[in-house]
Design a protein around this ligand. Structure first.
Ligand code: EPZ
Length: 431
C-alpha cells in the first residue's frame, strides 16, 4: 500500500512550477470529443482523474493520442458508443461532463451516475434541469443517467444555486443547440472561463463566461483547435499555504495571480508577505508569527472550498482563535479528527471549524479522507515535529501530480513508500 512519509519541521525554500488545472482539464477533455477534427490540448496535469477521463473517451471510441504526459490529441469522429458505464468512471465526479458533451453532439448520452463522496451529497439536479430546459428528456435509473432529445433548443435557464458543474455541462450541451441559451446565476470560476475559451476556439459562440450571465449562441458543429489549459489555482494555493505553515520562502511559478486573489488576501491577513509577479507569486513567511483570522468558502471570486482544509492547517498554527466556515459542501471537515491527532486544537460545530492555534503539530499516522484534505495533511506533516505517515494517498494522486517530488524540490523530507523496506530506507536517509 502506497503511503507518504514525511519528516517535518523544515521551512520550505525555493521554486515550484504549477501544472494545468485538473478541474478545467476534465471538462476540456469532454468538450474536445465534441469535434470530429483533432483537438490538441496542452498543459494537462498527469493525474489519475485525467487519466480515467481519457480512458473513458477511448472506451466510447474517440481517438486519444497521448503525445506526452502533458499533451493529448483528441478526435471525436470515431465515437460509436454513447453509453459510459465503466467501473472506473463512476469514481470521478467529472464523468458527468460526458453527458453534456455527448448530448450536445449526438443528442443522446447515458452515463453512470456519480455517487456521493467524502465531502457530502453531490446532487446533479441543476444539470438535469438545464438539459430538460434545452428540450432533453432525462431519466435516472439503475445507477445511470440518460438524456436524449430530437433536437436541443436554446432557452433561458436560471441556476438556483451557483454550480460549476451545472454551468459547464449546460454550456457544453447548449453550444450545439439551435438558437440562444442564457444561463443566469452562472458560476464564474476560472475553469468555467477556460472551457468557454476552448469551445470558442473550436468555433462555438459563447459570451459572458466569467460573469453570472452566460450567453451561448448555438452553432452547427465544432472544429479542431490547439489549446493550453490554465494553471491550477488550487495546486498553487496548496504550495502557498505550505510555505506559510512551514515558515518558508517559496516562489510559486506558472500561475495567474488574479485567480489566487482570495488565497493571497487570507495569507496577508495571517501576516505572510506576498510578492506578485506577472506569472508567479512568492510567499515569504520566514519570520512570520502567524495571526488568526476568519474565512468563509464561497463561489469564485470568494475563498475556494478546495483550499479550505489547507487554510485550516495554517490557522491551526496561528496565535489565537480563528474560524473557518464551509459554505459549499456539507461535510468537508472529516480531516479535523486526523489533524487533532497531530496536536491541533479544532472543534467543529455544524459547518464551522473553531480553531485555537497551537505552537506546533506533532507527526502521526493519518489517513487522507479526500483529495484536498489529503493535501492539507501533507502540509501539517511538513510543519510538524517528527514523522508523519499518510495512508489512502490515492485520493491525493487524483489531483496532484508528483506532489512528493515537488515538495522535495523545496527541501522537504518526503517520500512515497510502498513497502517496509522503502520506509526503512527513508528513515535511514533522513536520520
Ligand atoms: C467542482 O465540483 C469541483 N470539481 C470541486 O472540486 C469543487 O469543490 C466545486 O466545484 C466547488 O468549487 C470539479 O470541477 C470536478 P458545484 P462541482 O456544482 O462542479 C450544489 C476537488 O477537490 N449543487 O459547483 O460538482 C452542491 O451540492 C473537487 O477538485 C446542487 O445543489 O461543484 C454544492 O453545494 C471537490 N445541485 C454546490 O452546488 C447540482 O445539480 C456547488 O457545487 C449541482 C450542485
Amino acid at each position: 500500500m502506497e503511503q507518504f512519509i514525511i519528516k517535518g519541521g523544515k521551512p520550505l525554500q525555493g521554486e515550484v512550477k504549477i501544472g494545468g488545472a485538473k478541474n478545467a482539464a476534465l471538462a476540456i477533455i469532454a468538450a474536445a470529443a465534441m469535434s470530429d477534427e483533432d483537438v490538441t490540448i496542452e498543459n494537462i496535469p498527469d493525474v489519475r482523474d485525467i487519466n480515467v477521463m481519457l480512458l473513458a473517451l477511448q472506451e466510447i471510441g474517440a481517438s486519444v493520442n497521448r503525445v506526452d504526459a502533458h499533451k493529448v490529441i483528441i478526435n471525436g469522429k470515431s465515437i460509436t458508443s454513447f453509453d459510459v458505464d465503466y467501473e472506473y468512471i463512476k469514481k470521478i465526479r467529472a464523468s458527468y461532463y460526458l453527458l453534456g458533451a455527448l448530448l450536445g453532439k449526438y443528442k443522446r448520452a447515458e452515463v453512470a451516475l456519480p455517487g456521493g463522496c467524502a465531502i457530502g451529497a453531490r446532487p446533479i439536479d441543476l444539470h438535469l434541469k438545464g438539459f430538460r430546459a434545452l428540450g432533453a428528456t432525462c431519466d435516472v435509473s439503475y445507477g445511470l443517467i440518460s438524456a436524449k432529445a430530437e433536437k436541443l433548443r436554446g432557452t433561458h435557464i436560471y441556476l438556483d444555486k451557483v454550480s460549476v458543474g451545472a454551468t459547464i455541462n449546460i454550456m457544453l450541451a447548449a453550444t450545439l443547440a439551435e438558437g440562444k441559451t442564457i444561463i443566469e446565476n452562472a458560476a464564474k470560476e476560472p475553469h468555467v472561463v477556460d472551457v468557454a475559451n476552448l469551445l470558442n476556439s473550436m468555433g462555438a459562440n459563447i459570451k459572458g463566461a466569467g460573469t453570472d450571465v452566460i450567453r451561448i449562441f448555438g452553432v452547427e458543429k465544432l472544429h479542431g483547435t490547439e489549446y493550453s489549459v490554465i494553471p491550477d489555482q488550487i495546486e498553487a494555493g496548496t504550495f502557498m499555504f505550505a510555505a506559510a505553515a512551514t515558515h518558508g520562502d517559496v516562489l510559486v511559478k506558472n500561475v495567474i495571480p488574479k485567480h489566487l486573489e482570495a488565497t493571497t488576501a487570507k495569507l496577508l491577513e495571517t501576516g505572510c508577505e506576498i510578492v506578485e509577479y506577472d506569472d508567479a507569486v512568492r510567499v515569504i513567511a520566514t519570520h512570520t508569527t502567524l495571526q488568526p483570522t476568519s474565512v468563509t468558502t464561497l463561489p469564485y471570486p470568494g475563498f475556494p472550498t478546495d483550499m479550505q482544509p489547507q487554510m485550516t492547517v495554517v490557522l491551526g498554527l496561528a496565535g489565537g482563535v480563528s474560524t473557518v466556515t464551509e459554505g459549499i459542501w456539507e461535510n468537508r471537515f472529516k480531516y479535523v479528527d486526523e489533524l487533532n491527532r497531530m496536536g491541533s486544537n479544532i472543534r467543529v460545530e455544524s459547518n464551522i471549524a473553531i480553531i485555537t492555534g497551537v505552537d506546533h503539530y506533532t507527526g502521526a499516522e493519518v489517513s487522507a479522507p479526500d483529495l484536498r484534505a489529503g493535501a492539507a495533511l501533507i502540509i501539517a506533516g511538513l510543519a510538524a515535529d517528527g514523522f508523519t505517515t499518510i495512508d489512502d494517498i490515492h485520493y491525493i494522486q487524483r489531483g496532484y501530480e508528483h506532489i512528493e517530488e515537488k515538495f522535495r524540490q523545496l527541501g522537504a523530507d518526503m517520500e512515497l513508500v510502498d513497502s517496509e523496506h522503502d520506509r526503512q530506507k527513508f528513515l535511514l536517509k533522513v536520520g
